[in-house]
Design a protein around this ligand. Structure first.
Ligand code: FMN
Length: 345
């Protein structure tokens, strides 16, 4: 059940052997976890495994000091790795339990996932596993097709038990106000040279052979245009590499927005937001939908409370997604090799 370090996206099925010893299964599942989304594709996680557990440790050397000074999105990203691991474990008929922040003396130790035998996966669990290698952050403009009510309901069923609230916006004044806040956040961030510098340092040409960050290819651009990608990362690409940075364009290419929020703003809330995010994205992928992020108004403190008001939420906004169907998925982004993120003792 060894995953191929050279091609982390190789379809997990190709490596899947059920009934292996638990320790080998955990390594396979860690290979699935590295396919999780992360802010700027920083992949800010390290793993250590034991006979029946995986420790998830924050790699704060990969923090984004300007856009994410409290490591909130870094922790959500690690939570997404946990959620991907949990989803993959069900495919191997394994059950997981997650201890969050298990070691108060070592705050970087974000989670310990313990694994034991469980019932065989149901059909949905199998399709969600299959979605792990197909999930992408897709920054193209989407068809104007609303998310079906049944799918919205299923997303909530995933998030609710983790204490994460999901609010959908497809029309009405709330949607317009949220789009205005995204555009305002985008303007504020791009006026900040530190923000631009930090973003640019994670967008590089794929020719550099880098295994993290984002390349022009992630945006369907030739390498030479990689720098142009910086301007579509924050919103999305309307074609001809034009970023949808104003509210009208954001509305025109985003059939549904989804706001994930949590009751408070603790490390545990951030982790659980990431777990819910990963599973929701896998469900959407399994059903033929895709998503990208419009987090600007959450990343700027003053806009975050305005967003909360606009969304009529009493909880803390954590992630803002646009969701829809797109013409064709972008190519996968790179990942660090499993051997680079596994700590061996
Ligand atoms: C917590 C978090 C925040 C993110 N913020 C943004 C964002 O503001 N803009 C964006 O375009 N993508 C954002 N992303 C998506 C990442 O850039 C993307 O996951 C990464 O480049 C890897 O690509 P993939 O999701 O296609 O595997 C975010 C992802 C996570 C988990």
């Amino acid at each position: 059940m060894q995953r191929d370090d050279d091609d982390p996206w190789m379809h997990p099925h190709e490596n899947l052997i059920t009934g292996e010893v638990l320790e080998k299964s955990i390594r396979f599942l860690a290979g699935c976890a590295i396919l999780a989304p992360s802010g700027h594709n920083t992949q800010p996680w390290l793993f250590a495994s034991g006979p029946n557990w995986l420790d998830v440790i924050a790699d704060r050397t990969r923090a984004l000091a300007v856009v994410d000074p409290d490591d909130r999105e870094l922790t959500i990203s690690c939570g997404a790795a946990v959620g991907t691991f949990e989803t993959a474990a069900r495919r191997l008929s394994l059950q997981t339990s997650v201890a969050r922040c298990p070691d108060p003396g070592f705050p970087d130790h974000l989670a310990q996932i313990t694994v034991e035998d469980g019932p065989p996966p149901d059909e949905l669990e199998v399709t969600m596993f299959d979605a792990i290698a197909r999930r992408r952050t897709d920054r193209s403009a989407y068809f104007l097709e609303e998310l079906p009510d049944g799918l919205k309901c299923d997303c909530r069923k995933i998030a609710d038990p983790l204490g994460v609230n999901v609010e959908f916006f497809s029309d009405g004044s709330g949607l317009k106000t949220i789009a205005d806040l995204v555009a305002e956040g985008d303007r504020i961030q791009f006026e900040d040279p530190d923000f631009r510098h930090e973003l640019a340092s994670w967008v590089h040409s794929s020719r550099r052979g880098s295994r993290d960050g984002m390349s022009g290819a992630s945006f369907g651009l030739p390498d030479i245009l990689a720098p142009a990608a910086r301007f579509v990362i924050r919103t999305f690409d309307l074609g001809e590499n034009i970023a949808a940075a104003d509210a009208k364009k954001i509305l025109a290419g985003s059939p549904t927005l989804a706001l994930l929020s949590s009751t408070s703003d603790t490390v545990e809330d951030w982790l659980d937001t990431g777990r819910a995010l990963a599973r929701m994205l896998l469900l959407l992928t399994a059903r033929g939908f895709t998503a990208s992020y419009l987090n600007q108004p959450i990343e700027i403190a003053t806009l975050r409370s305005e967003l909360r008001q606009a969304a009529g939420a009493t909880t803390q906004p954590q992630i803002l997604l646009r969701i829809g169907r797109s013409e064709r998925p972008p190519p996968p982004t790179m990942r660090r090799a499993l051997s680079d993120v596994m700590i061996t003792t």
